[in-house]
Design a protein around this ligand. Structure first.
Ligand SMILES: [Zn+2]
Length: 307
């Protein structure tokens, strides 16, 4: 286990860390170790403390985890066309060199390549296939050498929350991006309703938890200015109906939080049919429309330019 004594982002001492909640691995239930989440009161970044070291983390990435994130579908571009299009719209009009960190099978890079971008990827897991035969390097981003002032755009789609050294990642990105190059990050929102009322987070795989304040603090520290952010990008598929069910069972039926979160994360397939989705989406529409304005949505993205 590794214990953080000083905030990695702002350098505040341990006395500035405020305990928020504790939780074990409610999704995959690899073990019952309870991890504590603290938030730095200065820059608002939250983190597991202590957290598993790299060796201890390996056991939490089970086959079930791989299955969830590694679809066997052949045509990924078709399957994810809606999401890919939304991501692509965030890129600048002028095409150039793009690096995707946590590239997985490369469907986003392939989507960009077909539209004229020069693409490169980096992926930690070398067992993930590369169906589009793209220039994807395998290993730790921090260990790989890139030329300075090289990329026009660097993207991390739901990656930064898994990384043990987010500050080193942003520092390195600030070196290899061109001046006025863009960094695009999407991540879960630590201020979301799901987090505040349910503590619904993927513990201990997610190590750091951001809100707009903390990610902005980190980006500003390494010479970025924020040019855009948005909370609309993705409400968790069962976030609102799941939240309401959770609150009733937790507060009225007094059920155990971790058991409820296990059910929430392992959302029954029967609720994924179209009929249920239509009813669910209609009932929860007003709340889903308000959430982004309250900055309480499940996820958000931020675009920053290197100064
Ligand atoms: Zn801090």
């Amino acid at each position: 286990m590794i214990e953080i004594q000083q905030c990695l982002v702002c350098g505040a001492e341990k006395t500035n860390f405020k305990f928020v909640f504790e939780l074990s691995d409610c999704w995959l239930k690899v073990d019952n170790i309870k991890y504590k989440i603290f938030q730095c009161q200065n820059c608002k970044i939250a983190f597991l403390n202590p957290r598993p070291d790299d060796m201890e983390l390996v056991k939490y990435y089970t086959n079930e985890f791989d299955k969830f994130y590694n679809t066997t579908d052949k045509d990924l571009i078709k399957k994810y066309s809606f999401t890919l299009q939304k991501k692509y719209k965030l890129l600048p009009e002028k095409k150039g060199k793009i690096l995707d960190i946590g590239a997985q099978k490369g469907e986003f890079l392939e989507y960009c390549k077909r539209r004229g971008w020069t693409v490169e990827g980096i992926e930690l897991t070398n067992t993930i296939p590369n169906p589009y035969n793209l220039p994807i390097k395998y290993g730790n981003f921090l260990d790989i050498n890139y030329p300075e002032n090289y990329f026009d755009v660097i993207t991390l789609w739901h990656v930064i929350e898994y990384l043990p050294h987010p500050h080193l990642i942003i520092e390195k990105i600030s070196k290899i991006l061109k001046l006025q190059g863009l960094l695009i990050l999407a991540m879960p929102n630590f201020n979301s309703l799901n987090l505040q009322f349910m503590n619904a987070e993927d513990i201990p795989r997610h190590l750091f938890f951001f809100n707009l304040d903390s990610i902005s603090f980190l980006l500003n520290k390494f010479g970025f200015s924020i040019i855009e952010y948005n909370y609309h990008s993705g409400v968790h598929k069962n976030s609102i109906s799941g939240l309401i069910t959770f609150l009733i069972k937790r507060n009225i039926l007094k059920m155990d939080k971790e058991e409820l979160l296990h059910l929430y994360h392992n959302y029954p397939k029967k609720f994924e049919n179209i009929f249920f989705k239509i009813i669910d989406r209609s009932i929860t529409l007003p709340l889903r429309l308000i959430l982004p304005y309250l900055k309480k949505s499940h996820n958000f993205y931020i675009i920053a330019a290197k100064n």
